[in-house]
Design a protein. Structure first.
Length: 462
């Protein structure tokens, strides 16, 4: 019998955390001050306070360079860190951006900027902090234009709502006459009303040939009572809508110029023409051809993805997705992966992480449109919607779209849609495998109906 070891003779675990980054610094940035902490071996005063002006940021960078700092961790606070990040990168300090949640559970002391910068510096020396994703400079420029374009689109939507309100208050039911009041027929009628036309028959005669409603139906819907204050509001809203549309055109030209700066790929393939009607808020240049030349593949061949969706995703995530070890890491960063909240081998919650990622929002909108389409992901989404609900089904389909984008950009081959029949076939195979497994457990055997009538004797059938 083996003798029980005493605490004195038992082998001890002497492993401790090793400092990997000896010349690291930590910075906590606010709106008007920045606190920086370096190692105690580097300076007699390891913690210093600086301002956030350009001159003060350069002074802080020069101080860190003078004491031998080669890496600095910056806590993300709003957008105040952007200028400091770029200046420190210019000085060769290799800045990394961290999330405030990374140090929230470590700091057990009273919260202050003076203490936070010391914790950031200490954790960085041990290599515990994980840097946030920051895309290349051209993608940052594209991201700024895409986010501004989205704001302009929202402003246009707000003006459309104001037009609709003014028309409703005058009982001019243009929304019942046309499907889109900013279409060809709708804008012709609106501009005529602003110029002083009141006859509903004359207004109805401005309908486009492709309009579903007849002139008589449109004339009946446009019979209302006009008010001067609402006409003034309608005129102002139309002018603002035109103004924001012009700004969107200027923004599109900037986006096209940024895309042309990207290196071109010679693939020898041409973009297949599409017969789909261009949507109202799409970019006003040939985005498919330009993206195909710059990315080396046409991501719009993936069902559910359009030019605007692809531009949003690559502006937020970048073109080089090798920074993500796998597609699962990519989905987790987007917030489209199931949660892993477990305790005692029991799943407490599998809810996806809440996030405001703009790329994830764009993919969710694309997934929502796929639920009504006849494709593989549409069939998958409809099957999930019946079991887990529409919200989770949209998130799951958006995650599958993220998978296809990741695989396409990393392998150089577009993931082709295999059709709704493929999902139905796979679903039938899984169902049959499950039934056969249950039958074997019960000592039974599954026989198809056709084969059953052939194997049963004639006497037993009667």
């Amino acid at each position: 019998m083996r003798k029980k070891e005493s605490p004195r003779t038992r082998p001890q675990n002497n492993r401790v955390l090793e400092q990997l980054n000896h010349n690291a610094a930590g910075a906590d940035i606010g709106s008007d001050t920045i606190w920086i902490c370096v190692g105690e071996h580097a300076s007699e005063v390891p913690v210093r306070r600086f301002g956030t002006t350009t001159a003060q940021l350069r002074e802080s960078a020069e101080w860190m360079v003078s004491v031998g700092v080669d890496k600095v961790a910056i806590e993300a606070t709003g957008v105040y860190w952007v200028a400091a990040y770029e200046i420190y990168e210019e000085y060769g300090l290799h800045p990394i951006l961290i999330n405030s949640r990374a140090i929230r559970t470590f700091n057990g002391m009273k919260k202050s900027d003076f203490i936070d910068c010391q914790w950031i510096q200490l954790l960085l020396t041990f290599g515990i902090l994980q840097p946030s994703v920051r895309v290349e400079s051209l993608m940052i420029e594209l991201r700024g234009h895409m986010r501004h374009r989205k704001n302009l689109t929202e402003q246009c939507s707000e003006q459309i709502q104001r037009m609709q309100k003014a028309l409703t208050l005058m009982n001019l039911r243009l929304d019942q006459a046309v499907s889109d009041i900013t279409g060809v027929t709708g804008m012709n009628i609106l501009r005529a009303i602003i110029k002083g036309e009141r006859n509903p028959v004359t207004l109805a005669s401005m309908r486009n040939a492709g309009c579903a409603k007849s002139e008589a139906q449109i004339a009946e819907a446009l019979t209302g009572h006009y008010r001067d204050e609402q006409l003034f509001c309608l005129d102002q809203s139309v002018q603002m809508w035109d103004f924001f549309r012009e700004l969107m055109g200027q923004c599109d030209r900037k986006i096209e110029a940024v895309l042309q700066k990207l290196p071109a790929h010679q693939t020898g393939k041409t973009v297949k023409p599409t017969c789909q009607k261009a949507r109202k808020n799409q970019v006003r240049f040939d985005g498919r051809t330009l993206l195909h030349e710059r990315l080396g593949l046409d991501l719009t061949e993936i069902r559910g993805l359009e030019v605007l969706t692809v531009l949003t995703v690559i502006s937020e995530c970048g073109v080089d997705l090798s920074r993500f070890p796998s597609r699962k890491h990519f989905k987790s960063w987007l917030g489209l992966a199931p949660g892993t909240k477990k305790s005692g081998h029991r799943v407490l919650s599998s809810r996806s992480r809440r996030t405001t990622n703009r790329a994830a929002t764009a993919l969710r909108l694309a997934a929502q449109s796929l639920l009504r389409s006849d494709c593989e992901l549409g069939a998958v989404g409809r099957s999930l919607r019946g079991r887990i609900g529409a919200e989770k089904a949209i998130t799951a389909v958006a995650g599958k779209l993220a998978d296809r984008i990741y695989l396409s950009l990393t392998t150089g081959r577009v993931f082709e849609d295999r059709g709704a029949q493929y999902h139905e076939l796979k679903h039938r195979e899984r169902t049959m495998a499950s039934l056969q497994k249950r039958a074997r457990r019960l000592g039974l055997q599954l026989i198809p109906i056709g084969e059953q009538t052939k194997t049963v004797p004639q006497s037993s059938v009667s």
